[in-house]
Write a protein that binds this ligand. Structure first.
Ligand SMILES: Nc1ncnc2c1ncn2[C@@H]1O[C@H](COP(=O)(O)OP(=O)(O)O)[C@@H](O)[C@H]1O
Ligand SMILES: [Mg+2]
Length: 275
């Protein structure tokens, strides 16, 4: 079956008193951008690690585009799926940018004659061609995250998971990464799962999954989740600027169309009203 399917998953960390999940069911569609939001400690990273096979559930089964997540399939899974983590400094293994990507390709036994082409293509996609021979120490956090993404792209993946991958970056670095991911999904088939508290990132998603201490609290098209301002506040995640303005205008007695406005749509709507 297409997409990512978790069926009846239970997981308890070794030594922990309580399970993070018991009987969790979740479907994540293929070739869409899905964002997972929820309070710290709700289990978002645990879901990512279960999908990646880093953690083994006590009950249930997981498939990724039909591939069962079991030990002897992990090399194949990791060719198709890559994770970018929060801390840019913990992900660099090569002595240079190009080496770092080559390392991943070697790990996956990509034939030598294909490697340079794959490295060049991946670096071009993340806008790092000029820094191919740079050492990691001279790179910004955002550039390091771009290299991490390039390392995954070089494997021609089906799925990229971003686990708070932009949370340690400055606003500019964050914007570059989000534009990059947005461009990628428009250019190729790619399933994107991003875990975030950032309203800009949430607004880019096709659908949003809300995780809480009981499991999946809600799942739906991004506008359906993002218009629930009180829920977003409860979760401690950001509120998209358009939705924030929507609430303020409504409270001030302005009549607004009954639909979700992205931040850009709200700016356009306001400009029209004011002109
Ligand atoms: N390595 C670990 N060992 C024990 N408990 C953990 C470990 N990692 C996470 N947990 C616990 O599991 C729960 C879910 O954590 P996590 O998936 O990291 O949440 P999130 O990513 O949503 O912040 C939390 O209660 C957390 O304390
Ligand atoms: Mg986490």
């Amino acid at each position: 079956m297409d997409g990512i399917n978790l069926k009846n998953i239970s997981y308890t960390y070794p030594g922990a008193a309580h399970p993070v999940f018991s009987g969790l069911n979740l479907q994540i569609p293929r070739n869409k951008w899905t964002t997972m939001i929820g309070q710290n400690g709700s289990g978002k990273s645990t879901i990512a690690r279960l999908i990646d096979g880093l953690l083994v559930p006590a009950t249930g089964s997981i498939t990724v585009n039909g591939l069962p997540v079991v030990e002897d399939k992990l090399p194949e899974l990791h060719r198709r799926l890559g994770i970018v983590f929060q801390n840019p400094d913990n992900q660099f293994v090569g002595a240079t940018v190009a080496d770092d990507i080559a390392f991943g390709l070697e790990n996956h036994q990509v034939p030598h004659e294909l490697m340079q082409k794959r490295i060049d293509a991946a670096l071009a996609k993340v806008g790092m061609t000029d820094l191919a021979d740079a050492e990691p120490t001279i790179l910004s956090g955002g550039q390091k995250q771009r290299v991490a993404i390039a390392g995954i792209l070089a494997l021609e993946p089906e799925i990229i998971i971003l686990d708070e991958a932009t949370s340690m970056l400055d606003p500019e670095g964050r914007q570059v990464i989000l534009e990059l991911i947005d461009n990628l999904r428009n250019q190729q088939d790619l399933t994107i799962i991003s875990i975030t508290h950032d309203p800009v990132e949430m607004e880019l998603a096709d659908q949003i999954i809300v995780v809480d201490q009981h499991g999946i609290a809600d799942q739906g098209p991004a506008p359906d989740i993002l218009k629930q301002t009180d829920l977003l506040r409860q979760l401690g995640v950001g509120i998209p600027t358009g939705q924030h303005l929507h609430d303020l205008l409504e409270a001030a007695g302005v009549t607004l169309p009954d639909r979700y406005f992205t931040t850009n749509e709200m700016v356009e709507w306001l400009c029209q009203k004011l002109s």
